[in-house]
Design a protein around this ligand. Sequence first.
Ligand SMILES: Nc1nc2c(ncn2[C@@H]2O[C@H](COP(=O)(O)OP(=O)(O)OP(=O)(O)O)[C@@H](O)[C@H]2O)c(=O)[nH]1
Ligand SMILES: [Mg+2]
Ligand SMILES: [Zn+2]
Length: 299
Amino acid sequence: MSESPGAWKRGTLVRGIGSFYTARDSEGKEFTIRCKKKFRRLHMTPLIGDEVLFSPGEGEEHGWIEEILARKTVCLRPPVANVTMLVIVLSPVPEPDLILTDRQISRALAQQMEVVIAVNKADLDSDLAERMKKEYAGAGIPVFAVSAVRREGLEALRKIMTGSLCCLTGQSGVGKSTLLNALLGLKRETGDLSARISRGRNTTRETELLEKNGIRVMDTAGFNLLEAEQHLEPQKLRERYPEFQPYEGKCRFRECLHDQEPGCAVTAAMEKGQISSGRVERYRTLLHEIRETWRNRYD
Ligand SMILES: Nc1nc2c(ncn2[C@@H]2O[C@H](COP(=O)(O)OP(=O)(O)OP(=O)(O)O)[C@@H](O)[C@H]2O)c(=O)[nH]1
Ligand SMILES: [Mg+2]
Ligand SMILES: [Zn+2]
């Protein structure tokens, strides 16, 4: 094994199973490497998307992760590093859970990630994408209508994804893996909806970073729940709503949280139809939840 830093290589973690990871170097060559114990002592878990320095193994032998380089961004759910564009996939079935979507948007924007929404299965319902466009226009989030099975609407999505490290996320069964296959021209495993429910688990269980034709994108396991954010001050939440920004400082109270305060400019804008009422209502639900978590933070 090459022990000296001079023999270390640089790569991106693209897959991982247990303590074994696959690093891909800039030429696309893959190496199996393991995580050294020192990282566990430092409470550092390598994440897919991490840039690492590693000592390659000799022959069949695996190598070792030597350093994890500073992360640009980090997500806990799905657990990934360095994502610069979050692609939230929604579909008519399973039905969108917009509070889950808003939680993801809020966390992504807090790290200056770009966010786009892909409304898949447009072949089943062409209306949903239009509704989502209205819902998220104020937040400046582009919405794309696509059908992974009919291969429709893919070009516009490919175009916006090019040049970013993208991560597909969304509930189980919305078609993330099918969409990724269609975007990159691959044939990876996807799952039948009824089979999934009877098995009670996701089709995709491991995060994987795929690269082709200048697109770098992660497929992740779907999830249906995201816990309240810990350590977020309630008054910081409003900063993550781009559509509130034109009204900040215009409420009667300087510290207005846009909840039920009288003279609230956000409420007035919502009543005039200038801000989506759904976004405001879900913001308030999240605000109450974060307040509760914040109040109990020392328990
Ligand atoms: N009608 C229709 N069905 C689709 C489309 N895209 C995917 N599906 C179906 O949706 C089901 C789930 O697709 P997957 O790609 O496995 O979903 P996933 O989001 O990756 O799910 P997890 O890996 O469990 O998170 C499969 O039966 C797909 O054939 C689409 O554009 N239209
Ligand atoms: Mg999948
Ligand atoms: Zn207000």
